[in-house]
Design a protein around this ligand. Structure first.
Ligand code: URA
Length: 203
């Protein structure tokens, strides 16, 4: 299998399964990241959601959006009428970038160069999934999809993101970090409304 993957590295993967095998066999390009966390969801999903990178819990379980931010996202998706199984969930960066701090592993934001390095995989997987709309959760996903630095507070809402019809909204971790309860509640309502709008646009 190692030789098969090495051979694949020199040619475009013919399927999402082949692409995923290639991703799993490639060492992390960021510090930390013990394993690649692959995208999850059906081929042909109408909607794809792109986050920044797997977090601690995702790295442990090997699945996207299973930690605190993922749980908040699932709650918001449910309120927007979106089932986890119906959408394609993935990340701009496929490995958890962190620094060890005692027993904890502290999340590190990927650099622009790192996001660029991972971009090819994201584009390739979306080419296989063929969603009608791609939701960028936060600025890192927006950068990965569009190649542009976009501030979420200014660029929120539907817009073309590279080769895809897209929509930019808040990353759920941003909500978790907001210190003010009222601001958090407002941002959460906005996230739910944006996800509902994305669902409608992808019909
Ligand atoms: N945050 C992300 O951006 N992606 C995950 O998978 C989990 C948390």
């Amino acid at each position: 299998p190692v030789r098969a993957v090495a051979a694949m590295a020199h040619q475009a993967p013919a399927s999402l399964t082949e692409l995923n095998a290639l991703i799993l066999a490639t060492p992390a390009f960021v510090s930390g990241g013990t394993r690649a966390v692959l995208g999850e969801g059906p081929l042909g999903a109408r909607l794809a959601l792109v986050g920044e990178q797997p977090g601690d819990q995702e790295d442990v379980e090997g699945r996207p959006f299973v930690g605190p931010a993922g749980q908040l996202l699932m709650k918001a998706m449910a309120e927007a009428g979106l089932a986890r199984e119906a959408v394609y969930l993935t990340n701009a960066v496929k490995h958890f970038k962190f620094v060890p701090r005692g027993k904890r592993r502290l999340h590190q934001k990927p650099t622009g160069g790192e996001v660029k390095h991972y971009r090819w995989w994201l584009q390739a997987e979306l080419d296989f999934v063929q969603p009608r709309l791609v939701v960028a959760l936060g600025g890192t996903a927006a950068l990965a999809l569009s190649g542009e630095t976009l501030a979420v507070t200014h660029a929120r809402g539907p817009r073309r993101l590279g080769t895809h019809d897209g929509l930019i909204t808040f990353h759920p971790s941003y909500l978790l970090r907001l210190p003010d309860e009222t601001a958090r509640r407002e941002a959460y309502a906005t996230l739910v409304a944006d996800l509902a709008a994305a669902k409608a646009l992808a019909q």
